[in-house]
Design a protein around this ligand. Structure first.
Ligand code: ZN
Length: 116
């Protein structure tokens, strides 16, 4: 048996377990940290800014009043990534922004408050 030192890419906890495989045979892992907004992840994500989920978090945090640097720090991406993501989102997110839900009614924990 081989033990891999593995951490959750979102909360960096080591409390992760194997959680089946993706359709293309990659090992999926499950984060057992109850505070963590991420539940499953793959081992070979290299950079968080590339993950669609993180891009959505960037948009969500910005709409909830976090600055670009706050967002970058909390999500462990570069401020440049935050800006680039927001620029790409500008045209497509117009209709989404009308449906902004307050943090408290979301199923995910609100990361914005932790950064304050
Ligand atoms: Zn986690």
């Amino acid at each position: 048996m081989v033990l891999i030192s593995l951490t959750c890419p979102t909360c960096h906890e080591t409390d992760v377990v194997k959680y089946g495989q993706t359709s293309d045979g990659k090992q999926r892992f499950y984060c057992q940290n109850a505070q963590c907004p991420r539940q499953t992840f793959l081992q070979d994500y290299v950079y968080q800014g590339k993950i669609p989920e993180v891009k959505q978090q960037i948009v969500d945090m910005t709409m909830n009043g976090s600055g670009i640097r706050d967002t970058a720090r909390v999500l462990h991406v570069s401020p440049t990534t935050v800006i680039a993501t927001l620029k790409k989102r500008t045209r497509t997110s117009v209709s989404e922004s009308e449906n902004v839900v307050p943090c408290t009614t979301r199923s995910l924990p609100c990361r914005t408050q932790e950064s304050l």
